[in-house]
Design a protein around this ligand. Structure first.
Ligand SMILES: Nc1ncnc2c1ncn2[C@@H]1O[C@H](COP(=O)(O)OP(=O)(O)OP(=O)(O)O)[C@@H](O)[C@H]1O
Ligand SMILES: [Mg+2]
Length: 466
């Protein structure tokens, strides 16, 4: 379906199927609908209509109630069972209310009476098209939510995050070493867990280790294990994480922080698929897939000789970059709503949503701490909220006081200032233009419900301020 056509006025891409056995009515309807800029196809019977719908999609069906063969009610029943999202408008005789009611019961969306009044036809078709588009939009959004949640708790639908999902799906099933690179709080660990969870190794352990947290000797014994008596405190032998992760995945976080000595041992272990526990002589084979993560630029670390070039090659068969939150557009709002719901449940607070001004602030802020910072921000906001809807006052000062790089009002000259109504209308148009007329996105950006956005547009069309 063409989503560009979510418009109140007719658009040639919207298609209407007319079903009527009377040639004059068919011609009349076809020419009227053409004049409203719809694409029209006509058929003479219910059976023909059903056959046509098997191969072609339409936005609306208009059918006469008295058809030869399969009558209109029967057709309507079949249509609403087979294509529940397709609105059907029935044409009934004037004053025949019982028939109209029967049509609605059979699943018709609306009815118009004969003789057909052009305005009534135009309005009925317009409303039906809008409803059909709304339904498709709801379905699309539901799919978005489902698909973003099916990726193991990862929320987001922006093109940049979709690319990450695609890579995860492609790479998860392989045994390739993956290096996840991204700013702090962008979800690197979540990606690592998703890779494991979708791999054939998913029922074996996922073992995570932060390489920045431990000094060299402890890091070595954690990774490779140690023999009894290997050092003063080693009263017992210890199995290393490589072996503990057998059959599963070893996740080395902050690998860029790993000391060079440990890097050398890691490289050897990866090449030989065996580890030698600290202080031991027997080598132990392992079978673990390696996933590493870093927020550093490893290329520079290699240039600066802080990271071994050969190890870099070993661990980055595939690189997945987790994009910064500020580049994910409206994902910020999807994530904010997700965290709001989660925190409201956790804190047992009746906070259900956020105001348009809050959404604007969230979208304008640049989120240096990325998703984790947003999560903290929403946790705090839910704690502070006094109403069921979050207000700007519930946000941290740094989010509230952030100035977007492009100021809308940058003039000091009173002559250049605009009445509020005109300012608003210009801004709405600008937002619409920036999303190429996509009204759903425009409404999201403006923080408006779709319906109220539509009403606003209709008012603007009737009474333009400029
Ligand atoms: N797309 C997402 N959907 C839902 N939650 C997310 C998403 N991305 C990250 N998070 C959440 O944000 C927090 C930070 O994510 P994670 O720990 O994976 O980031 P990181 O890149 O490993 O951060 P760091 O570099 O600080 O270790 C976690 O609570 C995680 O669940
Ligand atoms: Mg992490």
């Amino acid at each position: 379906m063409n989503r560009r056509s979510t418009t109140i006025r007719a658009n040639v891409s919207e298609k209407v199927l007319v079903v009527d056995d009377d040639g004059d009515t068919r011609d009349l309807l076809a020419s009227a609908l053409h004049s409203f800029s719809y694409a029209v196809e006509t058929v003479e019977s219910g059976a023909e209509a059903l056959a046509r719908l098997q191969t072609e999609s339409f936005h609306v069906v208009i059918a006469d109630i008295n058809l030869v063969g399969m009558d209109g009610i029967e057709l309507c029943t079949t249509l609403s069972a087979t294509w529940p999202e397709l609105p059907v408008i029935m044409i009934t005789g004037y004053g025949n209310l019982d028939v109209a009611i029967a049509a609605i019961r059979a699943g018709a969306y609306d009815f118009i009476t004969k003789p057909i009044v052009m305005d009534a036809l135009r309005i009925a078709v317009q409303r039906a098209v809008e409803r059909q588009q709304l339904r498709s939009e709801v379905r699309r959004l539901r799919e978005v939510v489902e698909s973003s949640q099916h990726l193991d708790g990862m929320i987001g639908d922006s093109p940049v995050i979709r690319r990450v999902y695609e890579l995860i799906e492609r790479v998860a099933i392989t045994d390739a070493s993956v290096l996840i690179h991204g700013e702090t709080g962008t979800g690197k660990e979540l990606v690592a867990r998703a890779l494991h969870g979708r791999s054939p190794r998913k029922s074996a352990p996922f073992v995570a280790m932060n390489c920045a947290a431990l000094p060299t000797t402890l890091l070595e014994s954690e990774l490779f294990g140690h023999a009894r008596g290997a050092f003063t405190d080693a009263r017992q032998a210890r199995t290393g994480l490589f072996v503990l992760a057998n059959g599963g995945t070893l996740f080395l976080d902050e690998i860029g922080e790993m000391p060079l000595e440990v890097q050398a041992k890691l490289l050897r272990a990866l090449q030989e698929r065996k580890v030698r526990p600290v202080g031991g002589d027997a080598e132990v084979p392992f079978d673990a897939r390696l996933i590493s993560a870093t927020s550093q630029d490893l290329d520079s670390a290699v240039e600066e000789k802080r990271f071994r070039r050969d190890l870099h090659y070993r661990i980055n068969t595939v690189i997945i970059s987790t994009p910064p939150l500020r580049s994910r557009g409206n994902d910020i709002l999807l994530l904010a709503q997700h965290f709001l719901k989660k925190q409201a449940a956790r804190q047992d607070r009746a906070v259900v949503g956020m105001g348009a001004a809050v959404m604007r602030k969230l979208l304008d802020y640049d989120w240096p701490g990325n998703v984790r910072e947003l999560e903290n921000c929403m946790e705090r906001a839910v704690t502070l909220a006094e109403l069921s809807e979050l207000g700007v006052g519930d946000l941290p000062d740094k989010v509230c006081q952030h100035q977007p790089s492009q100021l809308v009002l940058d003039t000091m000259n009173p002559e250049d200032l605009l009445p509020l109504v005109e300012m608003e209308q210009r801004y709405v148009r600008r937002v619409l233009a920036s999303v190429m007329g996509n009204k759903t996105r425009a409404a999201q950006i403006l923080g408006l419900e779709r319906r109220s956005f539509y009403r606003r547009l209709a008012r603007m069309d009737k009474k333009p301020a400029s």
